[in-house]
Design a protein around this ligand. Structure first.
Ligand code: PLP
Length: 421
């Protein structure tokens, strides 16, 4: 399956032959026959709309396109990525149930599992998701879900989805995968996941003008989520507005071009950084500990993604470097990802700050880590010249010949390389 072709083949015309579907500007819908309204409430009236918290034509167009991209029977868009994650977990788990989750996940998801779900007597064990023995050992008789990110935030560890799917099947669990970092690159349902989640806020929308989310799964699960009786999405109400879903759908038309470019730029910058003696983590580098795994799983047309991290040694240097890069126009010091402009932040005090310092240390997240979401720069060599100037300014690179001293005692040697522009 090629997810980009699937997106292109999914098309709905608008009223009067418009090349984009019409935007549904209504919260409620009329019925000609009262019986049809009753049937729609019962979920038995295909093609009828009831109320926009349940679904709207615009949300359905976007959902169908996302289901086509992921190769699932169905999908349901939500008002944010967290709206998708919380709805899925509350649909799958009730009091006394248990989740086995990767410990390296988005800070908001981590906080939801750690701090919020225990109010409902739902508990989570956080594990190293790259160790299948550790994952299996954490499963109890109450476990309902194995949860992970395809490429984890922010450490960029790769989950071995087919192996995790085998474990999930063996223990009769649902494998839920957040695929936010790798749309098109990983088709996780095809690899064995039961439910795929995205924060649409990121690469899929790509313009940082809205938040959004989606749940992709089989029709039975999606219908259950939308049930007026006990569906988490219907009853918690994390709805996307129709205008926003119409706009995200239009942006999805260029997703394949953007992902290709994000990956190309990230690959180039990672290779240059590595050559310059900076400690860099990028799934497309041979030095990445899970490089062979991602190579066996990914859709190679779209590269290894736009996310990379570097280790600046300590928070002070990381902050100086990020401020310098913002001044020099490399990108913006901001959370989030998937924008045309490069975004960077230090996750220890930013996107993962919900995780206590001790636990951050345990999982290998140190405070000098900088996460980059590489932008769509036309001239990435020019950008790298600027990055290198910033590295030089904060003492992480010496263009003559330098030794990089990281606070944690590890020493790297800069190699002198010439950049051709
Ligand atoms: N999943 C990942 C991997 C994320 O990085 C984020 C947000 O940063 C989310 C989920 C949450 O998405 P949203 O901010 O759209 O609610």
């Amino acid at each position: 399956m090629n997810p980009a072709n699937n997106i292109q083949d999914e098309h709905t015309f608008g009223e009067f032959g418009g090349v984009n579907p019409s935007i549904s500007d209504s919260a409620t819908y009329t019925f000609l026959a009262a019986k049809t309204m009753g049937d729609t409430f019962d979920g038995n009236s295909e093609g009828c709309y009831l109320y926009s918290r349940h679904t709207s034509p615009s949300n359905l167009h976007l959902s169908n396109t996302l289901a086509a991209m992921e190769g699932t029977e169905s999908a349901h868009v939500t008002g944010s990525g967290m709206g998708a994650i919380t709805s899925v977990l509350l649909q799958l788990c009730g009091a006394q149930d248990h989740i086995v989750s990767s410990r390296t996940i988005y800070g908001g998801t981590w906080a939801f599992m750690k701090n919020f779900l225990p109010r409902f007597a739902i508990n989570t064990t956080f594990v190293d998701i790259t160790s299948l023995e550790v994952v299996e050992a954490a499963i109890t008789k109450n476990t309902k879900v194995i949860y992970c990110e395809s490429v984890s935030n922010p450490l960029l560890e790769i989950a071995n989805i087919p192996k995790l799917a085998e474990l999930a099947k063996k223990h009769n669990l649902k494998l839920v995968v957040d695929n936010t970092f790798t749309p098109l690159i990983m088709s996780v349902n095809k690899l064995g996941a039961d439910i795929t989640i995205h924060s649409l806020t990121k690469f899929i929308n790509g313009t940082n003008d809205t938040v959004g989310g989606v749940i992709c799964a089989d029709s039975e699960f999606i219908n259950n989520l939308k049930s007026v009786m006990d569906g988490a999405a219907m009853l918690l109400g994390p709805v996307m507005d129709s205008y926003r879903s119409a706009s995200i759908l239009k942006n999805m038309r260029t997703l394949h071009v953007r992902m290709h470019k994000h990956s190309k730029n990230a690959q180039y910058v990672s290779e240059q950084l590595e050559n310059d003696g900076i400690r860099v983590v990028y799934p497309g580098l041979k030095s990445h500990k899970n490089h062979e795994i991602i190579k066996s799983l990914y859709n190679s047309d779209f590269g290894f993604g736009g996310m990379l991290t570097i280790d600046a040694g300590n928070l002070e240097t990381a902050n100086q470097l990020m401020e310098a890069m913002q001044r020099k126009g490399v990108g913006f010091l901001a959370v989030s990802l998937g924008f045309y402009k490069t975004l960077f932040n230090a996750p220890g005090t930013g996107t993962s700050s919900e995780i206590p310092i001790e636990e951050q240390k345990d999982m290998g997240l140190n405070d000098g880590l900088i996460r980059f979401s590489m932008g769509l720069d036309h001239d990435i060599k020019r950008t790298y010249v600027r990055i290198r100037e910033c590295l030089t300014e904060v003492g992480l690179f010496n263009p003559l010949l330098s030794t990089v001293n990281f606070n944690n005692g590890k020493v790297g040697q800069n190699k002198i390389t010439t950049l051709t522009i």
